[in-house]
Design a binder for this molecule. Structure first.
Ligand code: FAD
Length: 468
């Protein structure tokens, strides 16, 4: 009888947590299997998250620039039109090139990639057995298991997804026509990004947010500037407003919302529910195994990402922390390095940058002013506007600012909050500055290429240096 193969590591879920972990483990010489229920690797991030959303954001921005701004630049374009099908094809092509790249790397590193759902994990003498839905590999044996099963959109009981008129973020990435009026429930980054896509393509867009401000966890400077900017672009944003009921009529959707005890009726033809994501921890037999799952449904892990069960690890959206791809990948790297006995620093959860890819973009790292106020720590604040920046003027961009927060006594940077075109690229300076404990003096007297948007960071730092 053929001897059963026991992999050193079996990874469940091939998103930015799982695939990064599998490749790193293989680089360290481990025998690795990775199992994912979907046909293509890359998880939510590549298939229905970060990448397709950015592909559509870039395409819709391009369309809007040509339609609304080209003439101002002296570029005359006749007959600008929208080929939505072509736009979706390009998006899918971007996704496919990236997922093909991961499949190629799996082959190159001899990672065994299996398309199947894992339905149960049990403890054995050798480690673990994973039962799968693949008839070729119904049972996989491994010494160690890494769970990276990610998350899925939260559904509202009053607005269950039907995939056509009431849609999740996944479905909103593939609508086959531009809605006349799209209502987005949830003013977080996913709702605002997808709302921006459809606004640029011609929809009227209304965002309903239950909290008093959009992107509620961000610095107030950032959420206020982005809200102002989106409103200027024609997006209607209703904060402190709750969705009460949804009436699906033959020709329209009728929503009832409540603001300050006052009801309002809103009619639309498409409803996007983007109120958060739920970790995928069910259906794996975790409670029988004895894995501790917290009240939010997320798996408790130690500093090595080991769960309460010896040899069983977890990373990404299923463990505490922000649900972001770069957080999942960083956890993957640290987890595998520790697994093979390499000493590496802990994941720096205080240095995870957060970005909202609206236009202008918002990007943030470190503490917010609200957090500093609540902590009672003495801090200094400096800011500089995009409007005065030469590169921004050349780009015809006027909105945004950089806000820096620093320790009052030492000037050490504590937080950077940027609203600017391509703030997603600028925030890397903030991450590096915080990581290496830079002061506002260091940043203010650091070369920044001229003309560049990053000069706004330098200017903000200089406003904080009394003896300049
Ligand atoms: P996932 O990427 O969720 O992958 C988990 C995988 O596990 C899935 O492929 C799933 O099929 C598989 N799986 C689950 N259960 C099983 C099972 N039982 N058996 C087999 N396979 C299973 N993050 C950013 O950092 N930047 C962004 O710009 C960004 N934009 C986003 C835009 C949208 C619209 C959305 C929805 C998300 C976005 N995110 C973004 C979040 C990001 O996609 C997630 O944080 C990230 O994908 C989490 O990675 P993960 O590896 O934990 O899991």
């Amino acid at each position: 009888m053929a001897q059963e193969v026991v992999f050193d590591l079996c990874v469940v879920g091939a998103g930015p947590g799982g695939y990064v972990a599998a490749l790193r483990a293989a680089e360290h010489g481990m025998t690795v299997a990775i199992i994912d229920a979907r046909q293509t690797p890359g998880g939510v991030c590549l298939n229905e998250g970060c990448i397709p959303s950015k592909a559509l954001l870039d395409s819709s921005e391009f369309y809007q620039l040509v339609r609304d701004k080209a003439a101002h630049h002296g570029v005359l374009v006749d007959g600008v039109g929208l080929d939505l099908k072509g736009m979706m094809t390009r998006k899918q092509d971007v996704v496919q090139r990236l997922t093909d790249g991961i499949s190629f790397l799996f082959k190159k590193q001899k990672v065994v990639s299996i398309t199947a759902t894992v339905t149960e994990i049990t403890k054995t003498e050798a480690g673990f057995d994973l039962l799968t839905t693949d008839p070729l590999y119904p049972k996989i044996a491994a010494t160690k298991v890494l769970l990276a099963t990610g998350s899925r959109p939260v559904e509202l009981p009053v607005a269950p997804f039907d995939g056509e008129r009431i849609v999740s973020s996944t479905q909103a990435l593939s609508l086959n026509q531009v809605p006349s009026h799209l209502v987005v429930i949830g003013g977080g980054y996913i709702g605002l990004e997808l709302g921006s896509v459809w606004k640029r393509l011609g929809s009227a867009v209304t965002v309903i947010e239950a909290l008093p401000r959009i992107i509620a966890n961000s610095d107030t400077s950032m959420s206020a500037t982005i809200q102002r900017s989106l409103k200027k672009q024609g997006m209607v944003i209703k904060t402190s407003t709750r969705l009460e009921s949804v009436d699906l009529q033959a020709d329209r959707i009728v929503l009832r919302t409540v603001f300050n005890d006052v009801c309002e009726e809103i009619q639309c033809d498409c409803l996007l529910v983007a109120v958060g994501r739920k970790p995928n921890t069910e259906g794996l037999g975790l409670s029988v195994l004895g894995v501790n799952v917290n009240a939010q449904g997320r798996i408790d892990v130690d500093n090595d990402f080991m769960t309460s069960v010896e040899g069983l690890y977890a990373i990404g959206d299923i463990v505490p922390g922000p649900m972001l791809a770069h957080k999942a990948s960083e956890e993957a790297l640290v987890c595998i390095e520790r697994m093979v006995g390499n000493a590496v620093l802990d994941v720096r959860y205080d240095l995870i940058p957060g970005v909202v890819y609206t236009w202008p973009e918002g990007a943030s790292v470190g503490l917010t002013e609200e957090q500093l106020k609540a902590s009672g720590r003495s801090y200094r604040k400096g800011s500089s506007s995009v409007i005065a920046n030469g590169r921004a003027k050349a780009m015809d961009e006027h909105e945004g600012q950089v806000v820096l927060l620093a320790d009052d006594a030492t000037g050490e940077l504590l937080g950077m909050h940027i609203v600017a075109p391509r703030a997603s690229e600028m925030i890397a300076e903030g991450v590096a500055a915080l990581r290496f404990k830079a002061t506002v003096h260091d940043i203010g007297f650091l070369f920044h290429a001229h003309p560049s948007l990053s000069e706004v960071i330098k200017e903000a730092a200089l406003t904080m240096i009394a003896d300049r």
